[in-house]
Design a protein around this ligand. Structure first.
Ligand code: UDP
Length: 467
């Protein structure tokens, strides 16, 4: 079923949705591309599959382009990812060569010059930028636009969107990344405190979840039972859950340590669910390490299936959701559990403190010991757990739902493509009217979104060569 922004009006309100349609109306006939490295697995792919259709619905024609790379390339990019998050895994000359060659290969079939804005997600495709360099300085931009000669230069800005935890990167790898970032026009991070040490305009956009997706929508108790039964998960004892790729930064062995400590006080079951992402070659190895560690423990269940309804059911049925990450870009799984009113005990790292206010809507912890202590406390104090869960849901409702992200992306588009006097002239009278309308000088011209939706005639996206 086609995703429509108006479906979210019941959750965030008509006015909010109307505001997004109004913003989107300024972007008619404009195009944007998001480039990442996988269509499947992990938080970035999770968000793109939700908000790209919604951006299109809002009026900004947006495409999702995925980067092509083999296992060896993703071994290199995982190493880059790990060392950017602080692991001692310095990249070698051969790694850089491999990375560069893959950029060259991809540049042969990514015709990105036709979009008005290109957003690159994460380090994997970051190096594509210097395959699309401007032939003329930025200051020249209005002139070719005025003369309708925009093709003679790289006309669009490029934005790099950071989804990883760069608080303590390996210096050499950061320098490697920074060399590419110099070519970008703007950087997006999740919040002000994650500003990067590079002189570029920054935008601050927190990730968000889709409350209507299979993963987050309301489901009945009988559906939850059905999902859990299929995986042999009984409800004979309290349930602890961590939903995360099998990745060293998600610390699955630490979560098992937490479970063992809690078990000393009361019986409880731990489910670790982690599907494999195509751009993460480490998953299998980490899974095998975890499997060996818990082979004989009957109260621990490991699942590698990709099943959104199961994730939904586990996050709803869990007595406590754990997110014991050692580094974390944002941690969508935290918002997902909070949205379901389930109390979350999570590490005080990366973007997690943006979501959890310690003691108000969950707990922030450091280390296995403290995590186990908080989990036990919540298992013993149900009303407290319930109260934290209620506050958690409200926090997500106000801050981390997908319509807000769609709005932020359109604003990013408008700010980064900087409408110039030339563009306003291009837009003519209609653009002027829209600006007046935004200033609410002509409220009578402000149509409701349903009418806008019906009346809006989409102009076709600019033709560009087929791949
Ligand atoms: N996820 C999933 N199935 C799994 C494990 C993870 O669907 O078995 C999803 C999870 O629900 C979340 C995303 O993958 O939407 C992970 O995003 P997060 O930001 O937490 O971590 P990342 O993997 O991007 O580091």
């Amino acid at each position: 079923m086609k995703k429509r922004l108006e479906s979210y009006a019941g959750i965030v309100g008509d006015d909010y949705i109307q505001g997004i349609y109004d913003l989107g109306a300024y972007c008619e006939n404009k195009t944007m591309a998001h480039v990442n490295s996988t269509y499947y697995g992990g938080g970035v792919a999770e968000m793109l599959q939700t908000y790209i259709p919604l951006l299109n619905d809002a009026g900004l024609s947006t495409e999702w382009r995925s980067f092509k790379g083999g296992r060896d390339f993703f071994n290199v990019t995982k190493k880059i990812h790990n060392s950017l998050q602080g692991m001692n895994a310095p990249i070698t000359k051969e790694d850089i060569e491999y990375y560069e060659n893959t950029m060259d290969e991809n540049a042969q079939f990514t015709n990105l010059e036709w979009y008005d804005l290109v957003v690159i997600d994460d380090p994997q495709p970051c190096g594509l930028v210097n395959r699309y360099l401007r032939k003329f300085p930025y200051l020249w931009k209005p002139f070719p636009l005025l003369l309708n000669l925009s093709e003679i230069q790289k006309k669009q800005p490029w934005v790099w969107r950071c989804h990883i935890d760069l608080t303590n990167p390996n210096k050499t790898t950061w320098e490697f990344l920074r060399n590419y970032l110099e070519y970008y026009d703007a950087i997006v991070v999740s919040s002000r405190q994650y500003r990067l040490p590079i002189k570029k305009p920054h935008s601050f956009i927190a990730p968000a979840i889709d409350p209507l997706s299979d993963k987050n929508k309301e489901i009945s108790d009988s559906e939850i039972d059905r999902q859990l039964e299929r995986y042999g998960i009984d409800d004979d004892m309290p349930l602890l859950v961590q939903v995360s790729r099998f990745d060293p930064w998600k610390d699955p062995l630490g979560v098992i340590g937490v479970h063992r400590r809690v078990q000393k006080e009361m019986k409880c079951r731990l489910v670790l669910i982690g599907s494999m992402a195509t751009d993460d070659p480490e998953g299998e190895k980490i899974f095998n390490d975890v499997f060996r560690d818990v082979e004989k423990e009957r109260d621990i269940v490991l699942i590698t299936a990709q099943n959104d309804l199961l994730v939904n059911a586990l996050q709803r049925r869990a007595d406590v959701v754990i997110q014991k990450s050692l580094r974390e870009g944002f941690g969508l799984t935290v918002s997902e559990a909070m949205w379901k009113g389930t109390p979350v005990v999570a590490s005080r790292v990366g973007g997690i403190p943006l979501q959890i206010d310690d003691g108000v809507n969950g707990y922030l912890v450091e280390g296995v010991e403290q995590c186990a202590e908080r989990v036990s406390h919540l298992l013993k104090h149900k009303p407290l757990a319930q109260k934290l869960g209620q506050h958690a849901k409200e926090k997500v409702r106000k801050n981390f739902l997908i319509p807000r992200l769609v709005k932020d992306e359109i604003e990013l588009f408008r700010n980064t493509t900087r409408p110039t006097v030339t563009r306003t002239l291009h837009g003519g009278v209609s653009s002027l009217l829209k600006q007046l309308e935004q200033l609410t000088l002509l409220p009578v011209l402000r149509p409701r979104f349903k009418q806008v939706f019906r009346q809006r005639k989409r102009k076709p996206v600019k033709p560009r060569p087929l791949l």
